[in-house]
Design a protein around this ligand. Structure first.
Ligand code: NAI
Ligand code: HPV
Length: 399
C-alpha cells in the first residue's frame, strides 16, 4: 500500500485523481501541523502533499525514510529543503502556473483600490461618514506599474495592467521577454524611481530577503504604493510601517507576512494592523475555486505518474526523465550518487542477478543520477535488497 498524507485542505480533486489511479490509502489534514505532530502524521508515508505553510526541513526529512515523493500543491517550493530531498532521492513536484492568474487579478484589483483610496473610504462609510471627495484618488490609466520579478505572475500582472492603460516596467535578475509594451529596467533603483505602484513577484529565500528595506522604500516615488503577494520575507515590515507612517508611501497591500498565523483563530501580529491605507489579506492570492481545483488535479497527476512510471518530468529538484511506455516485465527506479561508472555498476548488478535490460533512461543533476530500467526477468526481494544496499545507491524502487 502507498500511503499518501495531505495537509492544508488540499482540494478534493487531488483525492479523485489518486483514487482513480487506485491509490486509496489517503489521510487528509485540514491544516498545517506543528513540527512534532507533522513528524507523527508523516511516519510511514510514501507521499506528502503540502501547501505553503508546511515546512519540510532537513531534520524532519531525515526521519522519513519511507518518503518517495513530495507534492507542493502551490507554486512556491521554498518551504521544502530541496537539496536534502534531492540527496535522499525524493522528487518534489509543484503546480508552476495553476494559480498565476488568481494572484495577478488580485494584485491589479488592489492597485486600483489603493489608487482610489478605497480601503479608507470603505471604512469611513461603514463608520457613518459620507466623505465624498476626489482628494488623493487617481485613475490607473497612465500610471506606471513596476514589477519586481517578471516571471509567470509578474508578467501576467503586467499584461492585465496594460489593459487598464498602465505603463509597465519590470526588473528581474534574468533577461526576460517583455510582453506587450512592458520595458525592462536596468536596475531596481531605476524601477523604483519611476513607479507609482510597485508589485513584488519573486520567490522566497535568501536571495530575495528584504528586497524592500528602509533604503529601497525610500527610493520609491513619494506617494507610491507597494504590493506584496510573493513571500513575507521580501519586505522589511518595520521599514514599511515607517514609510507609511511618515506619508512617504500612500498605501500598501500585503498578502504574505514574515510570520503567518498557523490557523484561523491565531491573529496576525503586525504593526500594519489598523492602518487605514493598508490592505491585509490572509495569503489568499492563489486561493480561488478555479486555481485550487486545477492545482489538486495537476500535482496529483504528477505524483501518480511518478509512482506508476517513475517519470520525474516537472520535478523542481531532481533529474527530469520524461514519460516512456514500459517495455519489460518490470521497471526499476534507481537513484545513485553521480559518480563515474555508476550506470555500468548498476547494469552489471542487474545482469549478475539474471535481469535483462530492455530499455534504460539516465539523467543526472548535481550530485545525483537517476536511472529508469525496464527489465525482463524476476525482480525479487533479493535483487532489490542487493540494489538497495550497494554503496552507490541513494534509493531504489520497483514499480
Ligand atoms: N500569495 C500567493 O498566494 C502566491 C504567492 N506566490 C509567490 O509568487 C512567487 C512568484 O511566482 P511565479 O511568478 O510563478 O514564479 P516565477 O519563477 O515564474 O518568477 C519569479 C521571477 O523572479 C525572478 N527573481 C528571482 N530573484 C529575483 C530578484 N532578487 N530580483 C528580481 N527578480 C528576481 C526570477 O528570475 C523569476 O523571473 C512564488 O515563488 C511564490 O513565492 C505564488 C502563488 C501564489
Ligand atoms: O502557490 C504559492 O506559492 C502560494 O503562495 C499559495 O500558497 P497556498 O497554497 O495558498 O498555501
Amino acid at each position: 500500500m502507498t500511503r499518501i498524507v495531505l495537509f492544508e485542505n488540499i482540494h478534493p480533486s487531488a483525492r479523485e485523481v489518486f483514487a482513480e489511479a487506485g491509490f486509496n490509502d489517503i489521510v487528509a489534514h485540514a491544516s498545517a501541523l506543528p513540527p512534532e505532530s507533522l513528524r507523527e502524521a508523516l511516519r510511514g508515508a510514501q507521499v506528502a502533499g503540502i501547501r505553503s505553510r508546511t515546512h519540510l526541513d532537513a531534520a524532519l526529512l531525515s526521519d522519513l525514510s519511507d518518503l518517495r515523493a513530495v507534492g507542493c500543491f502551490c507554486i512556491g517550493t521554498n518551504q521544502v529543503d530541496l537539496e536534502t530531498t534531492m540527496l535522499r532521492g525524493v522528487p518534489v513536484f509543484n503546480a508552476p502556473f495553476s494559480n498565476t492568474r488568481s494572484v495577478a487579478e488580485l494584485v491589479l484589483a488592489e492597485a486600483i483600490l489603493l489608487l482610489r483610496r478605497i480601503p479608507e473610504k470603505n471604512a469611513r462609510v461603514h463608520q457613518g461618514h459620507w466623505d465624498k471627495s476626489a482628494t488623493g484618488a487617481f485613475e490607473a490609466r497612465g500610471k506606471t506599474l513596476g514589477v519586481i520579478g517578471y516571471g509567470n505572475i509578474g508578467s501576467q500582472v503586467g499584461t492585465l495592467a496594460e489593459t487598464c492603460g498602465m505603463r509597465v516596467v519590470f526588473h528581474d535578475i534574468e533577461a526576460k521577454l517583455p510582453l506587450g509594451n512592458a520595458r525592462a529596467c536596468t536596475s531596481l533603483e531605476a524601477l523604483l524611481a519611476q513607479s507609482d505602484v510597485v508589485t513584488l513577484h519573486v520567490p522566497g529565500g535568501r536571495g530575495t530577503k528584504n528586497i524592500m528595506d528602509a533604503a529601497t522604500l525610500a527610493a520609491m516615488k513619494p506617494g507610491a504604493i507597494l504590493i506584496n503577494a510573493s513571500r513575507g520575507t521580501v519586505v522589511d515590515i518595520d521599514a514599511l510601517h515607517a514609510a507609511l507612517n511618515s506619508g512617504h508611501l500612500s498605501g500598501a497591500a500585503l498578502d504574505v507576512f514574515p510570520t503567518e498565523p498557523k490557523n484561523v483563530d491565531e491573529p496576525l501580529a503586525s504593526p500594519l494592523i489598523g492602518m487605514r491605507n493598508v490592505i491585509l489579506t490572509p495569503h489568499i492570492g492563489g486561493s480561488t475555486q478555479e486555481s485550487q481545483e486545477n492545482i489538486g488535479r495537476e500535482v496529483a497527476e504528477k505524483l501518480v505518474r511518478y509512482l506508476r512510471s517513475g517519470t520525474s518530468k516537472g520535478a523542481v529538484n531532481f533529474p527530469e526523465i520524461p514519460y516512456q511506455e514500459a517495455a519489460g516485465s518490470a521497471r526499476i527506479l534507481h537513484v545513485h550518487r553521480n559518480l563515474p561508472g555508476a550506470l555500468g555498476t548498476l547494469s552489471n548488478l542487474m545482469a549478475e542477478h539474471g535481469l535483462n535490460i530492455v530499455s534504460q533512461q539516465l539523467q543526472t543533476r548535481g550530485q545525483i543520477g537517476y536511472v529508469i530500467s525496464d527489465v525482463e526477468g524476476t525482480v525479487d526481494d533479493t535483487v532489490m535488497s542487493v540494489l538497495r544496499s550497494h554503496p552507490i545507491t541513494v534509493r531504489c524502487d520497483l514499480v
